[in-house]
Design a protein around this ligand. Sequence first.
Ligand code: FAD
Length: 122
Amino acid sequence: MSHEADLQTLIASVRLCRQILQAKALDRFRGEEMLPGIQVKQDREIAAYVRKIAEALYHPVGTCKMGNDPMAVVNSQLQVHGIRGLRVVDASIMPKITSGNTNAPTIAIAEKIASLLVSKSS
Ligand SMILES: Cc1cc2nc3c(=O)[nH]c(=O)nc-3n(C[C@H](O)[C@H](O)[C@H](O)COP(=O)(O)OP(=O)(O)OC[C@H]3O[C@@H](n4cnc5c(N)ncnc54)[C@H](O)[C@@H]3O)c2cc1C
């Protein structure tokens, strides 16, 4: 939460969730708001709640991103730029985080490179 924009986005997301849950279609399902609770209304109060409860959710990617720009570490065959005989094959090569969870895409990355290596060696 050291970037104000992150905090503002999360404050807006709390407000958006509340707005969605006020939809008429949810009238018969909606109970009382448990978290943060209806008494939490001001931005600064929502910010305090967000700071207390937010976490990173265990999906770090992109520290060895694939690409050809100056920040890229590996090429499209996951070979490290400038070093022969070294590949990186894991979640770190994702140029951007996927919109869903990262385990299946990581397995897909590994399967793809495994078949590439098998076909090269046969
Ligand atoms: C708590 C938690 C919950 C998650 N839940 C989900 C989920 O529900 N769904 C989902 O899709 N994704 C989930 N993820 C994310 C998913 O687990 C990762 O995206 C995925 O495992 C990344 O695979 P990886 O091969 O890049 O890294 P890792 O799975 O972290 O593999 C890295 C491997 O390298 C080994 N290693 C590290 N250093 C060395 C070294 N120096 N020498 C030798 N070996 C080394 C480690 O022991 C490890 O086995 C979760 C992650 C966490 C932490």
